[in-house]
Ligand binder design. Structure first.
Ligand SMILES: [Zn+2]
Length: 262
């Protein structure tokens, strides 16, 4: 008699980046990366006063997102401090207030872009300075090519973003791209993961810095279309953005393990 040993096929992970199978695990994964992203933004000095927000879509209540509580220092945020906000802007989990600008911008982006799991915005110094020029980034270094034909300009500053219409205009300007330069305001980046949105923000802020340095010194040479597209295909992808954040996550969770407190 021949016996056979059946090996059950492993069910494919429901969530490709985290490898999580269940929504509850995916929620924890996203909240851990979100808290870590705030700590990393603090290290980079992206916070200024109470401005700035990063959001992560909830894996089950997909029209709701997790966000930082208004008025809490990025450098102190823990998993347990994060708030879940519903489509009406109400906090339905967690203790604290949501910044109305965070709600207006991020709810519009999450609504317009089902592919977007996370979005990041702050008033970082060089992004804010570059935003006053009212134009997009040229591919002047290899790193700039991550945004080659994949970012937009929101050219309509109308004051603090507090209403749905203004959020919708920003989401429309963003279109299908990974980032928008909000004129006279700052940067906005998005991703299929928290890691990706956070990494593009860091990358874009530094590209703005480099552009300002280079243009202050002379006339930068622009990379040709073919080379820019080639670089973009390598380091500008969703996976590349996710992957590039991993060392930062390792670093911050080792240095500041309390960020994972639930
Ligand atoms: Zn802002």
């Amino acid at each position: 008699m021949v016996s056979t040993v059946e090996t059950p096929l492993e069910s494919p992970a429901a969530y490709p980046y985290s490898g999580c199978t269940f929504p509850a695990d995916e929620r924890r994964y996203r909240k851990q990366r979100l808290a870590a992203a705030f700590r990393v933004f603090s290290k980079y000095g992206f916070d200024e006063g109470v401005a700035g927000h990063i959001t992560a879509r909830d894996p089950e209540q997909t029209d709701c997102f997790w966000v930082n509580p208004f008025g809490v220092d990025f450098g102190r945020i823990r998993v347990k401090d994060l708030l879940l906000v519903d489509p009406a802007g109400q906090v339905i989990e967690g203790n604290g207030q949501v910044n109305q600008a965070a709600y207006a911008i991020h709810s519009a982006v999450h609504r317009a872009r089902p592919d977007v799991i996370a979005a990041a915005h702050s008033h970082s110094l060089y992004g804010k300075a570059f935003s006053t020029l009212g134009r997009t980034l040229d591919p002047i270094t290899q790193d700039h090519c991550d945004f080659y034909r994949d970012h937009a300009l929101y050219d309509g500053f109308r004051g603090v973003v507090l209403d749905r219409e203004e959020g919708d205009r920003i989401a429309t300007a963003l279109g299908g791209t990974k980032a928008a330069i909000l004129r006279n305001h700052g940067l906005l980046t998005v991703g299929q993961t928290v890691e990706e949105a956070a990494w593009w923000f860091i990358r874009m802020e530094r590209c703005c810095h480099v552009t300002l340095l280079a243009e202050a010194a002379g006339t930068p040479i622009t990379i040709d279309d073919e080379a820019a597209a080639q670089v973009y295909s390598q380091s500008g992808s969703n996976v590349a953005g996710w992957y590039t954040f991993q060392p930062l996550y390792q670093q911050i969770t080792e240095a500041e393990p309390d960020l994972l407190d639930e």
